[in-house]
Design a protein. Structure first.
Length: 171
């Protein structure tokens, strides 16, 4: 392949994978959990193992930042769709999803996951004992990997909220 053709191909892929910011993470927190207290959840070995089993890949880092107010937790999480991270904000209230919002989308396909018609499916969802969601989430044709990424984010937020509530019960 001539170098010029290769450069055009690479440049076109980069152009398609532009970052779309639907809402800044700070704005999401202010709008949905105004005045929340910023916290850090340090991940013990067993928790990290649970997370890696849930998301089916190694989980980087030893801590996760979140916000908490009146029993609700807010999580801003990144998860790879096909090749790029998708950033979502998730509000959990006592082990149930209150809201999911795709904040930043960086993939070339699958941006439909940011639409309210898709994210509303998660409202009031919880984790089952087998770490699956307690409801079916209808996918989007052509956005399978983005849908899977958001599913993993929601399940992760629910698991992390569970860990936070367990810690609070131990006090």
């Amino acid at each position: 392949m001539p170098i010029a053709a290769w450069l055009v191909l690479v440049a076109s892929q980069v152009a398609f994978a532009m970052e779309t910011v639907y809402q800044e993470p700070g704005e999401f927190l202010e709008q949905n959990l105004s005045g929340c207290q910023k916290q850090v959840l340090w991940l013990k070995k067993d928790t990290k193992s649970r997370i890696e089993k849930l998301v089916d890949h190694p989980f980087p880092g030893v801590r996760v930042r979140y916000c908490e107010k009146e029993g609700k937790t807010a999580w801003v999480l990144d998860e790879i769709g096909k090749t790029e991270p998708i950033t979502s904000g998730i509000i959990i209230d006592q082990g149930r999803v209150e809201q999911v919002r795709v904040l930043v989308f960086r993939e070339s396909r699958g941006s439909e996951v940011h639409r309210d018609a898709f994210t509303r499916q998660y409202e009031n969802a919880a984790l089952e004992d087998d770490q699956s969601l307690d409801r079916y989430i209808d996918g989007i044709t052509g956005a399978t990997m983005s849908v899977s990424a958001v599913n993993r984010q929601v399940k992760l937020a629910l698991l992390l909220d569970e860990v936070v509530r367990e810690k609070a019960d131990d006090r």
